[in-house]
Design a protein around this ligand. Structure first.
Ligand SMILES: [Zn+2]
Length: 414
């Protein structure tokens, strides 16, 4: 097989294109390949698809392609232009690259795969492209994915805020809980932030939302109530977020009690912080005996812990009536506990109980978005290169948007 024929196959160059010549430069570690098309070929107008003879050629362009072993490989071609009576003189499309890209589609595909696994710097190094080039590929990939994406009604949606780290800098994220993807991102965590998402939907689309998981955050609640019909039935306060309030209360009780005991020279609670925060079944095996004897002491912390564990039972019911009974008992116990932080949580639960118990009907939590959250944490960690918040948003869509990011390869015309 001649090298030109070999490269035609390797590059995926299809009729009417063929490889004219291949130039190897050992010193520069690069391979240059020139593609040309046959005489008398008609090319389609990119607007209407009607075929016309070549009008002229655009100046030569160069695309970076997949390496040939360790050699950088570049494809050269002059793209023909056609004269369409309807659309005028237009540059035709080539099968190996998207319009305006300086990389072939196969190279972009590889770059996207690499970018999925590492950060911009790492991808740039591996692919031997600059930060800007790597970023540009990511940006194009997200644009491509979002353009292809059909906007469907998110039946089970989650709303969550995301801190950007510095100060009170937040993003509002809307999730599709069924697909565990980020559907929408807005700046801030105000009512208007969530309004921005709902405004994209028509009233009849908003009516199709079946359930919404959210934290107790008044601006979001106001927005949901304004835009989603029968919001009261659909809104579910996230159980994990709710439990963090209770876990915090246990910790506050422990801190106070520990301080008092230390004042009397009693070190019983020293080094036990995390044991009280675990759920019963997650207490490490090696600590269980010690912890269980600790729990039998007359400690306020032990009482708070027992109340926390009892509260978790609320979400295990199938019947709302029984869940309400459970809560009433628990509430009485909590209020009589003389533990101030626990009583505060109990009152909060009572206030929001209706939309805590909607869980029993919809069975949704934002736990899905916790997975997304850990990905976002990783993005943040490797985000030294994220020069602004728009970059950060794009990266979230790239990694968590569930988008079809890849360019079409091996086709003459899309
Ligand atoms: Zn046309």
């Amino acid at each position: 097989m001649q090298d030109t024929e070999l490269y035609r196959h390797v590059l995926g160059i299809e009729e009417p294109w063929r490889v004219d010549r291949v130039q190897l430069n050992i010193k520069a570690e690069r391979v240059d390949v020139w593609a040309v098309h046959g005489e008398g070929v008609r090319f389609p107008c990119p607007e209407c698809g009607a075929a016309f003879p070549v009008y002229d050629h655009a100046p030569e362009r160069i695309w970076r392609h997949l390496d040939t072993c360790q050699f950088k490989t570049f494809l050269h071609a002059r793209i023909p232009r056609v004269e369409c009576p309807t659309h005028g003189v237009k540059q035709t499309r080539v099968g190996w690259a998207e319009e305006k890209s300086r990389f072939t589609a196969l190279f972009e595909r590889l770059a996207i795969m690499v970018l999925k696994e590492t950060n911009i710097e790492g991808a740039g190094e591996l692919l031997r492209i600059s930060w800007d080039e790597a970023w540009h590929i990511l940006e194009r990939a997200v644009g491509r994915g979002r353009e292809r994406k059909k906007r469907w009604v998110v039946k089970k949606m989650g709303v969550d805020e995301k801190s950007l780290g510095k100060g009170h800098n937040y993003l509002t994220l809307v999730y599709d809980l069924d697909t565990a993807t980020v559907e929408h991102i807005e700046d801030g965590r105000k009512k208007e932030s969530l309004d921005g998402y709902f405004r994209l939907l028509k009233p009849r689309q908003r009516a199709k939302i079946q359930a919404i998981a959210a934290d107790i955050w008044d601006p979001y609640l106001a927005s949901i109530r304004e835009h989603v019909p029968e919001a009261g039935e659909k809104l579910v306060f996230d159980r994990y977020h709710l439990m963090t309030h209770m876990v915090k209360a246990v910790d506050t009780v422990r801190k106070q009690e520990h301080r008092e005991m230390m004042g009397e020279g009693n070190v019983l609670l020293t080094g036990t912080k995390y044991l009280w925060l675990y759920s019963r079944e997650n207490v490490p095996q090696g600590k269980r005996r010690m912890f269980s004897s600790l729990r039998r002491r007359r400690l306020r912390t032990a009482r708070a812990w027992a109340l926390k564990e009892e509260l978790r039972g609320l979400w295990s019911y199938y019947s709302e009536t029984w869940a309400r009974k459970h809560f009433t008992n628990w509430y009485g116990w909590a209020i009589r506990s003389r533990l101030k932080p626990v009583k505060a949580v109990a009152r909060m639960f009572r206030k929001y109980l209706d939309n805590i118990l909607t869980y029993l009907k919809h069975r949704i939590t934002n736990a899905v978005s916790e997975g997304v959250n850990s990905t976002i944490q990783t993005i943040k960690k490797m985000a030294c290169g994220f020069r602004n918040r728009d970059h950060f948003k794009l990266a979230i869509f790239f990694h968590c948007g569930g988008l079809d990011l890849y360019p079409v390869t091996h086709k003459n015309v899309r």
